[in-house]
Design a protein around this ligand. Structure first.
Ligand code: SF4
Length: 297
């Protein structure tokens, strides 16, 4: 198989104002993502890039005009990797994420980085130099077979090892258990495995609103036919009870481990906590409303 289509592109700026609750600005040094996750929420970016290749098979490498007065961003929250993985394999060649970090080094900006790679280890010292830096790794399975069916990113053990090294170096780390595949993702074993290496654990449900819905349903039908009725209940009939039950179960599980359990806490820069705090983001608003309806009934 030939590699992805790579294009070098010039952009006016690299910092974009963000409406994400966790940051004020977002930075994506690439358009596209060669990790090519089957469930990628960012695949809508393809529409804006003019690419016709399948998601995961192209990458635009961005070269931007220098950031004007990086010190203006002192204390501001910048999220790196909202619609790409800033440590995709091509970062080892083009170094655009590193270029951004070098440009902002000493600015006082507060950065958060989301990745599925251990390549981020290369930049540990640089990342550590930012105040309150945070790095999160998405992990939704410990099973390499399922992982490799879903993405082309680093092996799970490599992600966990990177998390451990960052945590021990005093950098804030998040284990982002996302997306949780009903009946497949074993949240408890992931928490047990990573709780010593992170100070936040985020839980997020699989959302099938994107164009990848059909692909995922076909995967379940082919590989996990016994789970198909459950997926149809959730994704075709809108049944939230799986998430409500998992929410209750996870709350009890977290408490049994002595971990604080919160719902929809958007404070990325909450004080470093050991042991980690578990935060649930399952369909937050809808579940809370339905729980309220039940309580009022
Ligand atoms: S790593 Fe993130 S941005 Fe990249 S394909 Fe996977 S979900 Fe999408």
């Amino acid at each position: 198989m030939s590699g992805p289509v790579i294009r070098l592109v010039e952009t006016s700026g690299i910092l974009t104002r963000s409406n994400l609750p966790v940051c004020e600005f977002s930075v994506n040094p690439y358009t596209g993502c060669t990790h090519g996750c089957m469930y990628c929420y960012a695949s809508f970016m393809k529409r804006f890039s003019g690419h016709t290749e399948p998601w995961g098979d192209f990458l635009d490498v961005k070269y931007w005009k220098p950031v004007r007065s990086p010190a203006r961003y002192s204390g501001r929250e910048i999220f790196i990797g909202s619609v790409t993985d800033p440590y995709n394999p091509q970062e080892a060649v083009y170094g655009r994420t590193r270029a951004f970090l070098e440009e902002m080094c000493g600015s006082g900006a507060r950065i958060s980085i989301a990745t599925k790679s251990d390549l981020v280890l290369r930049d540990l010292e640089l990342i550590k130099s930012f105040p309150d830096a945070r790095v999160s790794w998405s992990i939704n399975t410990l099973d390499e077979e399922f992982r490799s069916a879903m993405d082309r990113a680093s092996a799970i053990e490599a992600r966990i090892e990177a998390m451990r090294i960052f945590h021990e170096a005093g950098v804030r780390t998040t284990c982002f258990i996302s997306p949780i595949f009903p009946g497949i993702t074993d949240v408890k074993v992931i928490i047990r495995k990573t709780a010593g290496y992170c100070d936040l654990i985020w839980l997020e449900n699989l959302n099938l609103r994107g164009g990848f819905r059909m692909q995922i349903m076909e995967f379940i039908k082919r590989e996990h036919p016994g789970l198909l009725p459950l997926y149809e209940e959730i994704y075709m009939h809108g049944d939230l009870s799986y998430w409500e039950n998992l929410d209750t179960e996870m709350q009890m599980f977290a408490e049994s481990l002595g971990l604080e359990y919160l719902t929809n806490d958007d404070t990325m820069h909450r004080p470093f906590a050991a042991p980690p705090v578990v935060v649930n983001y399952f369909y937050h608003e809808r579940i809370k409303k339905s729980a309220r309806r039940c309580a009022d009934a």
